[in-house]
Design a protein. Structure first.
Length: 280
């Protein structure tokens, strides 16, 4: 079973929920798909076993063969290849490696080359189970290929938590696509509610069953609760706004291991997800 943990904005608590949920079951694998800023490893402290480089392809133009017909530029919707007066400009970071420009080139002037965009780091955590996280190289525009590789690596696992990127970007869609269930982490504030609504729309569009988990309960107002009631969204758990939780978080510690009263919250959350009782 693949479980995505996501949120409308950064800082809401999806990694907090992911790592605490991960810590209560020895048979879970976690993948941190927030490849621009992965931080689950701060809390899970893995012993690194290996790293795997991730490559994408980009076009290279042979200027001696190129006749500057412009067909490649007409095809590319991402402006990754642009014919100019005397040459063809290639912006490899924008390329989606669709292969179209190579196909439309009548003189065979375009070939593809591989380049490294980041890596996947694999390790065994302090909880004696395994995690992988992606790390996108500085300057790259998209980490989708790394996310896809992370998910492929976990294809045969029975139970996987995906700590997803925040928001509703292409990276988030790649992380949650095909999962069995999503946990939407939010906070009871106007900003939390506003960003949550976009994620609800995305998950409904993708037809992914999900439930709402409220972090920092008691911090703001009742807007999130009222919205969930209006939209018939199931609240499948919550943890309070608690200074002690924040203290453990600031130290890079999984707080339910030090505040055992919260272990039951995450055990119930996992049972609810696996039982499939609260889809939307």
């Amino acid at each position: 079973m693949k479980i995505a943990i996501l949120s409308g904005k950064g800082g809401t608590g999806k990694t907090t929920v992911s790592t605490n949920l991960f810590s209560i079951n020895k048979n879970i694998k976690l993948i941190d798909a927030d490849v621009e800023e992965p931080n689950a490893s701060i809390f899970l402290k893995p012993d690194i076993l290996e790293d795997e480089k991730v490559f994408v392809e980009h076009p290279v133009v042979d200027s001696e063969k190129c006749i500057l017909c412009g067909k490649c530029g007409e095809l590319c919707k991402f402006n990754a290849i642009i014919p100019a007066k005397n040459t063809v400009l290639v912006f490899k970071e924008s390329c989606h490696a669709c292969g179209g420009c190579e196909l439309v080139c009548k003189v065979g002037a375009i070939k593809y080359q591989k380049r490294e965009i980041g890596k996947i780091i694999k390790g065994k955590t302090i909880f004696d189970n395994y995690m992988e996280y992606g790390l996108l190289n500085v300057g790259e525009l998209s980490g989708v290929k790394i996310i896809e590789k992370l998910k492929l690596n976990a294809e045969k696992e029975d139970l996987v938590i995906i700590d997803s990127p925040p928001g509703t970007s292409c990276s988030t869609v790649a992380a949650v696509e095909g999962v069995d269930y999503a946990v939407l982490v939010t906070e009871p504030t106007p900003f939390g509610l506003s960003d949550m609504k976009m994620v609800v729309e995305m998950l409904r569009e993708m037809k992914i069953p999900f439930g709402v988990f409220i972090n920092k309960a008691g911090l703001g107002d009742n807007g999130v609760y009222e919205y969930c009631k209006e939209e018939n969204l199931k609240i499948i758990g919550e943890i309070p706004f608690d200074k002690n939780i924040a203290t453990y978080y600031s130290k890079g510690q999984v707080f339910c291991q030090y505040m055992p009263q919260y272990k039951e919250v995450f055990k119930n959350l996992l049972e609810t997800i696996i039982g499939g009782r609260n889809g939307n």
